[in-house]
Each structure stands twice: as C-alpha cells, then as structure tokens.
Design a protein around this ligand. Structure first.
Ligand code: SF4
Length: 367
C-alpha cells in the first residue's frame, strides 16, 4: 500500500461547475463527520507505512482550527515513510497564517491551492471570488515558513474566455514561482449549476489552442502528465503518481475511491449512509481480473510522459503487453513510441490521448 486519500467534503461556497462530493460547511456536521472518519480509518487501516497522504475535498481549509487539530489527530494514526509527501487542499478565501502554521506543525509538506483564475469574467462564471493580493501574501507566507512545495490549479475553456485571458492567468501563476501547476479544461457535468443554466462548452478548436498555449507557456516545466507541470522532476506529485502508476491506495471519507489487491471501491456520497457506518457506495465494489488490472495499467500509465514501463509490466502481469494487446499499428503510425523499454504517447499527441488509448484497447487479442 502506497497512499491514502482522505475526503473532507465541506465548502463555504459552492462553485457553479463543481461535480465533486461537497456539502455546505456546518460546524456541527463537520464535528460528526470527523468522528465518523476516525471510526472508518480505525476499521480499515492495516498499519502499513505509507508514502503519501492527500487530504482533498471539498475544501479542507474551510475547517476551523479546532477541527483541523482533530483532523490531524486522526491522520496521525497513519504511519508515514520518512520521505513522505503529505498534501492538503486549500482555498485562498479560507486559508489563514494560523492554519498554515498548524499544517506545518502537523507534518504537511505540500499545499494544493484551488486558484483556478484571476480573471473577473471567468470567476463570475465559475461562482468564485479571489483576491490577487491575498494569493501573493499567502504564497509568500507559505514560503517563509518553509512550506514551499505548492501546487496551484488553473481552469481554462470557460465561457467567453479568450486566449489573452488565459495568457494573463498563466503569467500570474508563473509569477508566483510555485513548484507545481495542474490545469483543467472546464467540463460541463450533469447536475451542476452551469449544466442547469444550459451553459455550453467552448468550441473544440479553441480548447485545443488553449491547451497548446499552456504547453508552450509552461515549456520550462517538467510536463510529466497530460495536464500537470512540475518545476522539475523532484516536484512531481508523488500522490497523483500513485494513481497514474496504478499502485494501491486507501480512500477514506465520503465518495473516496480506493484500490487494494483485487478490488477497486468507491465510498458512498450520502452523508446519512456514512453516519450509519455504511461506507461503500451501492455497486461500489469492482472485483478485478488480471485483464481488468491490465486495462487500468494502460489507461493510467499512458497519461504520463514515461508511459508504460514494459519490463515492469511483464513482471507484474506475467506476459508482455503485446500478449494482451496488439499495438503494432499504433507504433508504425507513431501514435505510440517505444524507447528504452517504455511505451508512451508522444507529447504532441497528448491532446488526443483518449482516442489513442481506445485504439490500443481495440487491439485486444482475446476478443
Ligand atoms: S470546486 Fe472545490 S471549492 Fe468549489 S464547490 Fe467544488 S469542492 Fe468546493
């Protein structure tokens, strides 16, 4: 077991595009939730030493100091490697110096901020607010106290956004001199406010141009995954690499997903069920055959720069990838590249990586 993801579903503001499992912050509800989270971890954690913990949400920084102290008492039960990565997600509107000091005292060594944009039009569409001054002040404070492994999220492809707007966002984020940038093309999800308002996704050509602009502007970063950029290799997100390397992880809390042994699972999104210790979502357990595991290996690994390590693959699955899938044509079309025992999608084709993965899966030798 490599990692643990812990979901804190509370937010003080609900964004128009949000499809995550989230609940309006309520002090009493958070207290009950933390008690149940503690029970859940006590029930299922098997004392392994973990490489990474990721506290995500929701907005973990929306919790007050007393609740954050309680959260860290709970996470202190999880054993961590000396060279661990321990991340917490924060929003700029709920973060304070006091909370940052508390994070530092409790072993947090990476912060991921939901910035998304500084453009007023985009923020209005997304139902978010942000103050540039606060962003700069908080990043400076994190660096001052030595919490200098910082990710910032950027959203693009928002209604009426121009390439110029996006460029301004990228330039601002670059000026923060942080160690990691995650980018997201806005996808319209059902049941979100934007979907209900019959908002349309932007034109696909413009979306492509925006992706290219991001890649171009961040070319000095280590573009190690389709949408993720690290200042250098050292600052790649170890936690997210657990997912992309198809390694095992716990998922604790409402809606959290996990992968242990022969099982992938998803926790319930219903807080009432969760409070009754009924943690797993209906039909939320998937039992994995070898073939299923190979499938997950392909769709996760091929998101990364290095792709599938063919030697590791053979050790893990007893046969070479070619035994399971015929991908000769993709190699001859240069849609897949094989080099130094790695099989990967060249970065100039990352924008269409999904269609390349689908083609690879169509080469299933057992069908
Ligand atoms: S996007 Fe983040 S902050 Fe906004 S509602 Fe969703 S979880 Fe909360």
């Amino acid at each position: 077991m490599k990692s643990a993801y812990i979901h804190i579903p509370f937010c003080k503001n609900i964004c128009s595009y949000c499809d995550f499992c989230k609940i309006f912050y309520n002090e009493e509800l958070v207290d009950r939730y933390l008690n149940e989270l503690s029970n859940e971890i006590n029930d299922s954690y098997n004392n392994e030493v973990l490489d990474t913990i990721y506290i995500g949400g929701g907005t973990p920084s929306s919790l007050n100091i007393r609740q954050l102290n309680k959260l860290f008492t709970i996470t202190s039960k999880l054993k961590l490697n000396k060279k661990n990565e321990f991340t917490i997600e924060c929003n700029f509107d709920s973060i304070t110096y006091e909370k940052i000091d508390l994070f530092k005292r409790n072993g947090i060594n990476r912060i991921s901020f939901g910035l998304e944009s500084i453009n007023e039009n985009k923020l209005r569409v997304l139902d978010r607010t942000i103050s540039k001054e606060k962003v700069i002040d908080i990043i400076n404070y994190c660096n001052k106290v030595g919490l200098n492994n910082i990710n910032v999220d950027l959203i693009y492809a928002v209604k009426d956004e121009s390439l110029k707007d996006l460029l301004e966002d990228i330039k601002f984020i670059k000026s923060l001199d942080i160690t990691h940038i995650s980018t997201y093309s806005l996808i319209l999800e059902e049941h979100t406010k934007l979907f209900i308002k019959e908002y349309n996704n932007i034109d696909e050509d413009l979306d492509r141009e925006m992706y290219d602009l991001i890649c171009q502007e961040l070319k000095d970063y280590d573009h190690y995954e389709i949408s993720n950029f690290a200042k250098n290799k050292r600052y790649r997100s170890k936690h997210n690499l657990t997912y992309w390397n198809n390694d095992e992880y716990y998922g604790f809390g409402l809606s959290a997903a996990g992968y242990i042994g022969e099982v992938r699972y998803e926790k319930t999104r219903s807080i009432n069920k969760y409070f009754k210790h009924d943690y797993i979502k209906k039909n939320g357990i998937e039992y994995l055959s070898i073939k299923d595991k190979v499938y997950y290996e392909i769709i996760t690994n091929l998101r990364t720069k290095e792709g599938i390590n063919l030697k590791k693959f053979k050790n893990k699955y007893k046969h070479s990838l070619d035994y399971y899938y015929n991908y000769k044509e993709l190699l001859s079309n240069n849609e897949l590249i094989e080099k130094n025992n790695n099989l990967f999608i060249p970065s100039n084709l990352w924008y269409i990586s999904n269609s390349i993965i689908v083609k690879l899966l169509e080469g299933d030798r057992n069908e």
